[in-house]
Design a protein around this ligand. Structure first.
Ligand SMILES: CC1(C)O[C@@H]2[C@H](O1)[C@@H](Cn1cc(CCCCC[C@@H]3SC[C@@H]4NC(=O)N[C@@H]43)nn1)O[C@H]2n1cnc2c(N)ncnc21
Length: 322
């Protein structure tokens, strides 16, 4: 975005009232002709900018694509995650995030409007339709031992679950270890990768995909039957910026707990918000398919499952079918 374009978007976005061309020109030290040209260009890019004579300009809506300057305005007051790299298309935000880890010392967020090679666990495809979801990777750099990582995903899943339930009033449940379901349909997938060595963890790269505004038919064939979006569930469009802001705040709170509290402090809540209890689960252990029931989750985050033959099994992660 050219210098004036970026500054005019930020100035208009931060002031929710009408701003005259004169006011903008004086504030940004440019001519009124430049202001008019930039406004025309922004409209061509999908910005809806109201203009009323004797009042001025006001942003009515922004194209549902991430604008790096606006994202950074939204995040700038956060204690932890206040820096974002924004793209319109990437192969995967996980890949882009990893490429910046040594360049950016602090924690940061990577967002993209679309992913052409979104991936889940076991390198499975994660469908990331342009402008329809939150496709994000978060890089955190805690000073912790690798062993502590066994509960990280559990704290993060609570952050996602509570934003959807408390702010959008949609009942949803965590499907241990990597998904969030609304009823029997998947609305979110997340996975955690890390860069670590014998000295401990150097970086956590947490990838989160949340379906915000897809219609049912916009899901590709393979996901048609089991995927849903927040818009489908509550019948109104989701503002991506509002969702992002709420989620980042919730993640910061749960991350602080992850660093300072044992998982046992949130275990009861985690179990209450999970959907795998007292159901018959089929899970794969190596080459074996085992059928059993999840009966508890341990303080180290491992799931305890009792199989049909009465044996107990402990898993840090597993691919379970309910
Ligand atoms: C055929 C089947 C069983 O159904 C499909 C697929 O296989 C399975 C694939 N999956 C998902 C997860 C959880 C981790 C996902 C992390 C995504 C984020 S996005 C930002 C970041 N960048 C990045 O590259 N990854 C992360 N593990 N495996 O999910 C279903 N599936 C695929 N896409 C979707 C979707 N949009 N909505 C619902 N279900 C889906």
């Amino acid at each position: 975005m050219s210098k004036y374009k970026r500054e005019i978007v930020s100035y208009l976005y931060q002031n929710d009232e009408y701003l005259s061309g004169q006011q903008i020109a004086e504030t940004l030290n440019c001519s009124r002709v430049t202001v008019k040209k930039v406004i025309d260009q922004l409209r061509k890019e999908g910005f809806q900018i109201e203009s009323i004579s004797n009042k001025g300009y006001k942003i009515a809506s922004i194209p549902s694509i991430w604008q790096e300057d606006i994202v950074n305005i939204e995040l700038k007051d956060n204690a932890l995650l206040n820096q974002a790299i924004v793209q319109t298309q990437v192969d995967s935000t996980q890949i882009l995030a990893k490429s910046y880890i040594n360049e950016i010392n602090n924690h940061f967020v990577v967002l993209s409007d679309e992913q052409t090679k979104g991936r889940g666990r076991f390198n499975r495809e994660w469908s990331s339709l342009k402008s329809k979801g939150l496709w994000m990777s978060i890089v955190l750099k805690p000073d912790i031992a690798i062993q502590k990582m066994s509960t990280f995903n559990l704290f993060i899943s609570l952050a996602i679950q509570e934003v959807i339930e408390q702010h959008y009033n949609i009942q949803c449940k965590i499907k241990w270890p990597n998904d969030i379901y609304i009823g029997n349909k998947k609305v979110c997938g997340f996975l955690t990768e890390m860069i670590a060595d014998t000295d401990g963890v150097h970086a956590i790269i947490c990838g989160i995909g949340i379906n915000l505004n897809q219609t049912q038919l916009e899901f590709d064939k393979v996901n048609q039957s089991h995927a849903t979006s927040l818009n489908l569930e509550n019948g109104k469009p989701i503002d991506p910026y509002q969702f992002l802001t709420l989620l980042i705040k919730a993640i910061e709170q749960r991350y602080d707990q992850f660093l300072n509290l044992p998982f046992s402090e949130i275990k009861a809540l985690y179990k209450e918000k999970s959907m795998i209890w007292n159901k018959t689960l089929t899970y794969t252990e190596g080459k074996k398919q085992i059928v059993g029931r999840a009966i508890d989750i341990q303080d180290n985050g491992f799931l305890t499952v009792i199989s049909e033959d009465g044996n107990l099994h402990q898993f840090m992660s597993a691919d379970i079918e309910i």
